[in-house]
Write a protein that binds this ligand. Structure first.
Ligand SMILES: O=C(O)C1=C[C@@H](OP(=O)(O)O)[C@@H](O)[C@H](O)C1
Ligand SMILES: C=C(OP(=O)(O)O)C(=O)O
Length: 445
């Protein structure tokens, strides 16, 4: 007897008529991680509204519990009773799952506090470089022993007090910046002020949210260069945090609107932090009709509604200095480039090679399968736009690759099947539901 097996970990997306409607996307992932970690460090109970209930943030929540946080839920809100700054030594290994933000930011907090912690993650996280955080933390006085020198699992033996440092980030990374800032809160030696120097601005949610928890962060700008300074021994005080929708999740739906003819999609209540919305400028430059409406501010972060209407796109050059403001959106912008008229180049994006998977390789392979002319460079891609064919592509267990090819499927000539689809649960579990909603609301003309 022939048994036909279904593949629960595959999903197929087909060419669609226009997408239309107004939706909200789940909470910002970067902000949710920070809210959980800062609540753990604070004195009192923090209320977090609009948090992202997805696998990466649940990793942060589990790690926070092991370090002494008491967690409860009240309707949609997350309540975290903090430790007042004295973290508990964890009884077991801290499993950070697939989340780079969890492992790197929590390391910064652990470095001054916990006598022994061992941090690890899944197959993907254990391939990602950790030397970039362990090196500055060791310079401040913490002791780290890492597999092969710089990979998880690693043991972190916190030391107190740490020494303040002046640290120039070798790569623009908000995760490294945040880890050093958090260690700096407990680094009263060597002057007691830790300064991080970044030559390209990376996302600044840590700086903004720490202010809400009562911590003063000083920032000086010198052209694109920024000096971020934090004085030691500032206690965190519990607060309420309202988290807007994640601009990186919104990007998938907005690019879908930009490439599916006659679409008109609005995402409400989405974060518009300038360090995160480089992709909107690129989409505009490619010819998409982008509008930002009802812009306002909450908890120190700008937010608003973003409307994108279809207009045929043309290729563009995405420059190295733009990369930090759109680092997680490059896979979906590569899909936009694949349907745009003409050539798109992306350069200065070498960091993509050390994300959940090598995103340059994954996009090049997948787009080639769909018949696109793509050339890989060490630090980017060159894409000649045109029509997308169908095919079977692999997400390589990377949420952003999976959703990028799902959006490609909505505009491709034949269907696109994505292998290892379940990766979407990392950041955007409701992605397929929202696409369905925008298809249901579509205009019939
Ligand atoms: O700080 C953060 O929340 C993040 C920073 C970025 O990583 P890097 O710090 O490695 O650039 C980004 O790619 C990641 O998705 C989230
Ligand atoms: C790179 C990402 O996250 P992280 O580094 O936290 O795993 C991402 O969400 O695209």
């Amino acid at each position: 007897m022939k048994i036909s097996l279904t593949h629960p970990n595959r999903r197929t997306f087909k060419k669609t008529a226009n997408l239309s409607g107004t939706v909200r996307v789940p909470g910002d992932k970067s902000m949710t991680h920070r809210a959980i970690l800062f609540a753990l460090l604070a004195e009192g109970t923090t209320r977090i509204e609009g948090w992202l209930n997805a696998a990466d943030c649940r990793s942060s929540l589990e790690v926070a519990k092991q370090l002494g946080a008491s967690v409860s839920f009240e309707q949609e809100s997350l309540l975290i009773k903090g430790t007042g700054g004295s973290l508990k030594e964890p009884e077991n290994v801290l499993d950070c799952g697939n989340s780079g933000t969890t492992i790197r930011l929590f390391s910064g907090a652990i470095a001054s506090q916990v006598s022994f912690a061992c941090l690890t993650g899944d197959d993907s996280l254990r391939r990602r470089p950790m030397g970039r955080v362990l090196k500055p933390l060791a310079e401040m006085g913490a002791i780290a022993y890492a597999r092969s020198g710089s990979y998880a699992p690693f043991a972190l033996i916190g030391q107190s007090p740490l020494s303040a440092i002046r640290y120039t980030l070798p790569v623009p990374s908000a995760q490294v910046k945040s880890a050093v800032m958090l260690a700096g809160l407990h680094a009263p030696k060597a002057g007691g002020v830790t300064t991080i120097i970044e030559s390209q601005p990376s996302r600044d949610h840590t700086e903004r949210m720490l202010l809400g928890f009562g911590v003063q962060v000083d920032m000086e700008k010198e052209g694109e260069k920024r000096y971020i300074s934090i004085r030691a021994e500032q206690p965190l005080r519990a607060t309420s945090v309202e988290i807007p929708g994640d601009a990186s999740s919104a990007a998938f739906l907005l690019v879908a609107a930009a490439i599916v003819p006659d679409s008109d999609v609005t995402i409400e209540h989405v974060g518009l932090n300038p360090t995160r919305i480089g992709f909107l400028k690129v989409l505009q430059r490619m010819g998409a009709h982008v509008e930002i409406l009802n812009q306002r501010e909450s908890a120190g972060e700008p937010l608003g509604n973003v409307r994108v209407r279809y207009q045929p796109l043309s290729g563009t050059d995405i420059l190295p200095e733009e990369i930090p403001s759109l680092i997680d959106e490059i896979p979906i912008l590569a899909v936009a480039a694949a349907v745009a008229e003409g050539k798109t180049t992306i350069r200065g994006a070498g960091e993509l090679r050390v994300k959940e998977t090598d995103r340059i390789l994954a996009m090049a392979k997948g787009l080639q399968t769909l018949g696109v002319h793509v050339e890989e460079a060490d630090d980017g891609l060159t894409i000649i736009g045109g029509k997308l064919n169908g095919g079977v592509v692999d997400s390589f267990h990377d949420h952003r690759i999976a959703m990028s090819f799902a959006v490609a499927g909505l505009a491709a000539e034949q269907e696109v099947t994505i292998e290892n689809w379940s990766a979407v649960d990392i950041s955007f579990p409701t992605f397929s539901d929202l696409i369905l909603e925008l298809q249901r609301e579509r205009k019939f003309e």
